[in-house]
Write a protein that binds this ligand. Structure first.
Ligand SMILES: Nc1nc2c(ncn2[C@@H]2O[C@H](COP(=O)(O)OP(=O)(O)O)[C@@H](O)[C@H]2O)c(=O)[nH]1
Ligand SMILES: [Mg+2]
Length: 217
């Protein structure tokens, strides 16, 4: 039995940090038939190619090369699953946007992501990663609106904040805040400097409920 949390109402970045540090790679899949069993709690990280998803995952899990990072856009072409414990997973989604591939392959990837986001019961949260200098591109807006219709809990992360001054990144956050639903989480982040890490961990704490002893159905 897991002991009850000391303060159940507040989220604890420390508990989520401990859980996420346990992350280990389990599988990369390119077809729905390869998906691991649909149980427990999953949180997916989505965003345009090169937005900074893999870097965010590495910083979040405090592991330098857990998710591969790349200077060449569009290299992640699969759903990459990481296991935190037997009931909790993290998923690195293939980047949408300007992937340098043929139309057919692009449609295949979109179908794969869409099918996963649409049908996955375990999916509890979606992190949408955007470059703070280029937020809310058409594909981002489509994803956010669509996830909103599905009722999926979303947290928008404006990353690479280290590329801007504090006043610039605060202005960028305000601008995005004015364009999204008030219930959607939003923050600035930097995988390079660690800015915003506690706020991000708190979001994961709410999704994963690390103090809860989950059992398979
Ligand atoms: N300065 C800075 N560069 C970043 C940050 N996050 C990612 N990058 C860089 O952006 C590029 C794409 O990052 P990656 O994590 O591979 O993006 P992904 O395609 O969304 O997984 C890489 O060259 C990273 O080093 C950040 O917070 N700050
Ligand atoms: Mg990546």
């Amino acid at each position: 039995m897991t002991p009850p949390p000391s303060s159940p109402s507040s989220s604890s970045p420390a508990a989520a940090a401990k859980l996420l540090r346990q992350a280990r790679y389990i599988d990369s899949i390119h077809h729905p038939s390869q998906l691991p069993p649909d149980g427990g709690i999953e949180v997916a990280v989505a965003g345009r190619s090169n937005a900074g998803k893999s870097s965010l995952i590495n910083r979040l899990c405090d592991q330098k090369s857990l998710a591969r990072t790349s200077k060449t856009p569009g290299r992640t072409r699969q759903l990459v699953f990481f296991e935190l414990d037997p009931m909790r997973k993290l998923v690195d989604l293939p980047g949408y946007g300007y992937a340098k591939v043929s139309g057919d392959l692009k449609a295949h990837w979109q179908g794969l992501i869409q099918g996963y986001l649409d049908q996955r019961q375990a999916l509890q949260g979606l992190v949408v990663v955007m470059d703070i200098r280029h937020p809310l591109k058409d594909t981002d807006i489509q994803l956010i609106e669509w996830a909103g219709q599905r009722g999926l809990s979303q947290h928008l992360v404006l990353t690479k904040a280290d590329k801007l001054s504090r006043s610039q990144w605060m202005r960028a956050v305000d601008k995005v805040r004015g364009k999204i639903h008030p219930q959607v989480g939003l923050q600035a982040f930097s995988a390079t400097s660690g800015l915003g890490i506690d706020e991000l961990l708190a979001a994961f704490d709410r999704w994963y409920q690390p103090h809860m002893n989950l059992t398979a159905p």
